[in-house]
Design a protein around this ligand. Structure first.
Ligand SMILES: NC(=O)c1ccc[n+]([C@@H]2O[C@H](COP(=O)([O-])OP(=O)(O)OC[C@H]3O[C@@H](n4cnc5c(N)ncnc54)[C@H](OP(=O)(O)O)[C@@H]3O)[C@@H](O)[C@H]2O)c1
Length: 283
């Protein structure tokens, strides 16, 4: 009994230690000049899911340091608006805008041709859809048509297919960065958002596996696993109006810390306060 108590106590203290040290490490990283590591890969940054939320916040922050982007999105107007906003921040920004709706038929060979002649240093796959509101898996397609397929085609096939196209070019140039956007929901039981969270687990594992598979090639992989961030994706569930709270960051605040984790963690929540969710939920 005494031994069990001691083992439990040791586990709790270890969890608190890991949580607290990572919390301070990430806080520190938010103000660290090394958060510009993404700029060291050179070439174009290919960004999906960039017209809103976290992906857009990454673009607006990254364009302060890099000039060349391929923006892939489903809405021509929003792509144009993003280019204009980036140019306002950095007048040297050049973008190639590509229209693709990942929920529909994506002609990956055609996309491959469009990217073929480009020197690509960074690929970040932010595109993603979740449940507007939590639902049981047998009811989800009735409430949200096609959502079970979107969780595969939008969230997963985009990542694997675009990696297939882009990563070999990075290997050739001996340098590259690939970021997949997983989710905190992949790290704990997430009933009523089952197929979303399970797919996000795949993305996290993909980054880990690829980091071994391509070790020594100069290509780095990362999975970020945000907990709640105040974006369009969480608006219904959290009933927020894009306003953030102490525990739920805005996309800009999340990005400020998460960008600093590049080159430091293959898999990370990316945001210090998210670690509190993780560590409390593990007990
Ligand atoms: N917010 C969170 O709390 C949270 C937590 C964990 C993980 N994540 C992940 O973070 C990523 C970004 O989410 P977010 O919160 O920034 O959401 P968001 O604001 O809704 O942005 C999603 C982005 O994906 C694009 N998109 C969605 N469906 C698409 C499709 N069929 N074809 C092409 N583009 C499509 C959207 O385009 P439009 O602008 O045209 O809508 C938008 O650019 C997602 O992968 C999400 O799963 C978010």
């Amino acid at each position: 009994m005494g031994l069990v108590f001691l083992a439990g106590l040791a586990g709790i203290l270890w969890g608190v230690y890991v949580g607290v040290t990572q919390f301070y490490l990430m806080r520190q990283m938010a103000n660290d000049p090394d958060d510009e590591k993404f700029a060291s890969y050179g070439g174009y940054a290919v960004m999906t899911g960039c017209t809103d939320g976290i992906g857009k916040a990454y673009c607006l922050r990254m364009c302060r340091k890099i000039d060349k982007f391929v923006l892939i999105g489903r809405n021509r107007e929003k792509l144009g608006k993003l280019t204009a906003e980036m140019k306002e921040i950095n007048s040297k920004v050049q973008t190639i805008e590509i229209l693709a709706d990942f929920a529909g038929h994506v002609d990956y060979p055609a996309l491959e041709k469009k990217l073929a002649s480009l020197d690509i240093g960074v690929f970040m796959n932010f595109v993603g859809v979740s449940y507007p509101l939590p639902q049981m898996i047998h009811k989800m397609d009735a409430d949200y048509p096609n959502l079970s397929w979107d969780h595969i085609n939008v969230n997963l096939v985009s990542a694997t297919q675009l990696s297939r196209v882009i990563v070999p070019k990075m290997v050739e140039r001996k340098s590259g960065l690939v970021v997949y956007v997983s989710s905190g929901s992949s790290t704990q039981p997430t009933p009523f958002q089952s197929s979303y969270a399970a797919g996000k687990k795949l993305l996290d594992q993909l980054a880990i596996n690829m980091s071994y598979e391509y070790a020594g090639t100069g290509v780095d992989f990362q999975s970020i696993k945000p907990y709640y961030v105040a974006t369009k994706l969480t608006q219904n569930k959290l009933q927020h109006n894009y306003s953030y709270t102490t525990m739920i960051p805005s996309a800009e605040e999340y990005t400020r810390q998460a960008l600093g984790t590049i080159g430091r963690f293959v898999t990370t929540h990316g945001y210090a306060k998210g670690l509190i969710d993780l560590d409390l939920s593990s007990f």
